[in-house]
Write a protein that binds this ligand. Structure first.
Ligand code: OXD
Ligand code: MN
Length: 603
């Protein structure tokens, strides 16, 4: 392999060399490899993963340089029940996180990681979250014994030599240690997807450390993503006065040439990636993609909110992605993509539920078994994924890598709700917007554990990701808002719901490319070009201002999308008190005031 193969020789920075050597002594790998990020190294990783059976090559004519990985059937999603925030002070983890005593957890981890990399290579991956030179860009080093993780981190982050240069120039770095927890005895043959039935995804926000054991899947193992860019970074952002959020980021340009940037938070698997790659159905509109999952934002010297995407790739949910729902994603996946837990066709290409109207007559399913349309199980796992570089996306904005980021004009919250919330509503103020974010709810999806379909409150779509007390997160948003309001640059806040259903279960709104119609209204509101109708949940579009030209609505569907039922909103506001209550005395009083105001406006 290219790169350095010695625990300490990979860096000139003594504290980094010492830490790497300490982890090597603890985990006892057969060898240590410092990841350089070169193309030759990527090819060697692929060769190794093919030989181990972790990945298989897809048809190179149909899908060049692309691979299918099948995980162990027990390792298919983030494991929130095994995710811990080990803050020094228990109260700082808050009610939405599992807390564990840092000393006790260190001792548990010490046991688990002892000799855990035996028979394997320990990879050292220096990486950056954010473009070089941005005020919020931060460095990390992930140590892992999974070559699949190295390959994925190469797409999802700026990793290798360039990142090491930044660390060697003096940057602080987050320590992230990952092991699949499957040491190999001499002569023992490996399985294609090593992992352990014992899993720990642990975060130490006070010392900015991550330790992950037992899983090789997604956010459990690609530690730059949820563990660093959300859980640890949110704690850094609280301390340093910025925001690390579960959001997508786009630039929209109107037919008149107005350019705006929108950051939007939706819970996992609720369409952030589709929104980020929206293909407008109104002629003249253009949408450019800046990010699909995580946004870091700061208040600049002029008092404007600026944003970057700290990642460099998409780890997107495959099922439901199609030429109709997201043609841009389909083009992005033309090649150089790693698919995990999708199905494979007879001509050795990928397939998943929702990709085509007709199901193929025969597939190999995500477990590697024969599948036909008569099978009762889905062919692709509902949380199957694609991992691909953002550079391949045809709508990626030329500014995606700009260290100055972009100025955010609007913040949008949303979720899947069959009832209650209208198509779009504008918050009365930043404070009311924070209330909408704090109380937002969605029906559960397959990205995490739990009953799919059940309605859950997911504050800021950050319930599994805020690395500190949820009530302090709301207070932090309020304090950032004060700074933005003082400078007169606070973005407007909106709430959208693409998922309203009729009595027979049909969707009331066509969604996807037609969501540009909601963006069109948002941009007109930002420009003061249209009025709005006050309601208990905020300002609703006047029906004449929403461009629905060319959509045929069933009966009163449009009315239903643009009106609210006060009795239903009042009931929802009472149910939202449960989320304000869980944060106890850390819930800012103004959020209770917004809740009372919502109920008052309903009477
Ligand atoms: C993700 C998630 O993987 O939110 O982005 O689960
Ligand atoms: Mn996500």
């Amino acid at each position: 392999m290219t790169g350095s193969d010695d625990a300490t020789a990979g860096t000139t920075r003594a504290d980094l060399a010492e830490w790497v050597s300490h982890i090597a002594k603890l985990t006892h790998p057969d060898r240590v490899h410092w990841v350089s990020g070169s193309e030759a190294e990527r090819q060697e990783l692929i060769t190794e993963l093919l030989a181990a059976g972790t990945i298989e090559q897809l048809n190179p004519t149909l899908r060049p340089d692309s691979y299918i990985a099948r995980s162990d059937a027990s390792d298919v999603a983030r494991v929130e029940s095994r995710t811990f925030i080990c803050s020094d002070n228990r109260a700082d983890a808050g009610p939405t996180n599992n807390w564990a005593d840092p000393d006790e957890m260190r001792s548990t981890l010490g046991g688990l990681f002892t000799e855990s990399m035996h028979g394997r290579t320990m990879y050292v991956i220096p990486f950056l979250m954010g473009p070089v030179g941005s005020p919020v860009t931060r460095a990390g080093v992930e140590i892992t014994d999974s070559p699949y993780v190295v390959l994925s981190m190469g797409m999802m982050t700026r990793s290798g030599k360039h990142a090491l240069d930044v660390i060697e120039a003096g940057a602080d770095w987050v320590k992230a240690v990952h092991s699949v927890g499957a040491p190999l005895e001499k002569g023992e043959t490996d399985v294609p997807w090593p992992c352990n039935s014992v899993k720990y995804i642990t975060h130490f926000p006070d010392t900015r450390e991550i330790w992950s054991f037992g899983s090789a899947y997604g956010g459990n193992a690609l530690l730059g993503k949820k563990a660093f860019a959300l859980r640890i970074a949110s704690a850094m952002a609280r301390d340093e006065g910025w925001l690390a959020e579960h959001m997508m980021l786009i630039r929209v340009t109107s037919p008149e040439g107005h350019v705006k940037h929108i950051a939007a938070a939706f819970p996992s698997a609720c369409g952030k990636t589709n929104f980020a790659m929206l293909q407008p159905t109104i002629p003249g509109w253009r949408v450019e993609t800046l990010g699909d999952d995580i946004v870091w934002m700061w208040v600049d010297d002029d008092g404007q909110l600026r944003a970057i995407n700290p990642e460099t790739g998409f780890f997107g949910v495959a099922p439901g992605t199609s030429e109709q729902s997201n043609p841009v994603a389909m083009r992005t996946l033309f090649g150089h993509t790693v698919f995990t837990n999708v199905a494979v066709t007879d001509d050795n290409d990928v397939w998943w539920e929702g990709m085509t109207k007709d199901k193929p007559a025969h597939l190999i399913d995500w477990r590697g078994n024969d599948w036909t349309p008569d099978s009762t199980e889905p062919a692709a796992h509902p949380n199957s994924r694609f991992t691909v570089s953002i550079a391949q996306c045809p709508t990626t904005s030329p500014d995606w890598d700009n260290p100055d980021g972009v100025v955010v004009d609007a913040i949008v919250f949303g979720g899947r709700r069959r009832t209650t919330m209208p198509l779009v509503v504008e918050a009365r103020s930043w404070q009311h917007g924070v209330y909408l974010g704090a109380t937002m709810a969605s029906e559960r999806t397959a990205a995490g554990e739990g009953m799919v379909g059940e309605l859950t409150r997911d504050p800021f779509a950050m319930a599994p990701f805020t690395g500190y007390h949820v009530g302090d997160h709301w207070a932090h948003w309020l304090s950032i808002g004060k700074r933005l309001e003082q400078s007169g640059h606070a973005p407007h806040i909106f709430h959208v719901n693409w998922f309203r259903r009729g009595d027979d279960g049909r969707f009331l709104w066509p969604g996807f490319g037609d969501n540009i119609r909601v963006v069109d209204w948002i941009v007109k509101r930002l420009g003061g070009e249209v009025g709005a109708k006050p309601s208990p949940v905020g300002n609703l579009p006047l029906p004449a201002d929403l461009n629905v030209h060319g959509i045929t609505f069933h009966g009163d569907d449009l009315d239903e999308l643009l009106t609210v039922d006060s009795a239903v909103i009042a009931e929802d506001a009472v149910s939202a008190q449960s989320v304000l209550e869980i944060a106890g005395d850390r819930t800012p009083q103004v959020l209770w005031d917004e809740n009372a105001e919502t109920i008052r406006l309903c009477s």
